[in-house]
Design a protein around this ligand. Structure first.
Ligand SMILES: [Zn+2]
Length: 111
């Protein structure tokens, strides 16, 4: 789908140097590419950019009783832990918190 809400059941995306150069009917796109991903029957979504990250919450994501909790219960359970958090542990787990954001886009796509 483009900005004008056009949808193509036979559409494609043409990317050059990790930038979308063209979208539209596959017949209108370049016929060759370094890599071709057959996404027939799939929906193509743009990449998402995480504009903020709660680093400190990485430390508490496995606290029992919070994985399936609704938001308020999750906050009530974890807030007492977060208010006692000191800079050292928060800083120390920063690489773990950032690890999903450092993965290359091709790690997520079909191959
Ligand atoms: Zn947030």
């Amino acid at each position: 789908m483009d900005d004008d809400d056009h949808r193509w059941s036979d559409g494609g995306v043409y990317v050059v140097d990790n930038r979308v150069e063209a979208i539209g009917p596959a017949a209108d796109l370049p016929a060759t590419a370094d890599r071709v991903i057959d996404a027939a029957g799939m929906i193509i979504l743009p990449g998402l950019v995480n504009t903020h990250h709660h680093f400190y919450q990485t430390l508490t994501r496995n606290v029992p009783g919070t994985q399936d909790a609704v938001l308020f219960q999750w906050l009530v359970t974890l807030y007492p832990l977060w208010v006692r958090l000191t800079p050292g542990p928060a800083r120390g787990q920063a690489p773990r918190a950032m690890s999903p954001a450092r993965q290359a886009p091709e790690d997520f796509g079909p191959s």
